[in-house]
Design a protein around this ligand. Structure first.
Ligand code: HEM
Length: 152
């Protein structure tokens, strides 16, 4: 059970990375280039939101039910336990909230420039958090097994 959910959570990270670059590119170029907010902009941000919510759900299942790092009795002094029990969850939930807020505020304004601007700022902030959190543990492109081996 954990293996499947962990694999989905792990692979979904790559989809999120691609989608977040896609949204950032479209929103910044739309904002700076004073372009119309078109259907593809909406689709890109919707895809990112769905992936982020899926990641949140998979993460919560692991956090509360299946992960040895967060459900076992491993000590907080272990850097991986501390990372997953405290740092990963709090930072990633904040990132998902920022992605959600960006989309919510975008929907509330009728102005194309404001839609691009809000999407650009909130999504970029979320991306910085996600990239920093993954990079600090070697998880941006690699797997947990590889990162743990390097850390030893
Ligand atoms: C955009 C959001 C997120 C990204 C990109 C992300 C990414 C990752 C990655 C790359 C791993 C290592 C997977 C592996 O190779 O084994 C991981 C593990 C984990 N994540 Fe996330 N995560 C996100 C959000 C969350 C959230 C919100 C939670 C909790 C609510 C969470 C809980 C966990 C847990 C518990 C593990 C460790 C699983 C294990 O026991 O091996 N993640 N995450």
């Amino acid at each position: 059970m954990h293996t499947i959910i962990n694999a989905l959570h792990s692979y979904n990270r790559y989809l999120i990375i691609v989608a977040i670059f896609w949204v950032i590119f479209r929103s910044w170029s739309g904002w700076m280039g004073k372009k119309h907010y078109v259907k593809t902009d909406n689709t890109a941000s919707l895809v990112l939101l769905i992936l982020a919510h899926t990641q949140l759900l998979l993460g919560l299942i692991q956090y509360f039910f299946t992960s040895a790092y967060t459900t076992g009795d491993m000590p907080l002094s272990d850097p991986w336990v501390r990372y997953f029990k405290m740092e990963h969850i709090s930072a990633m939930i904040l990132a998902v909230v920022l992605i959600q807020l960006g989309r919510t505020f975008t929907k509330k304004t009728p102005l194309d420039e404001q839609k691009h601007k809000k999407t650009a700022l909130y999504t970029t902030a979320a991306a910085v958090i996600i990239f920093v959190m993954l990079t600090m543990k070697g998880l941006f492109l690699g797997t947990l097994a590889q990162a743990a081996a390097v850390a030893q």
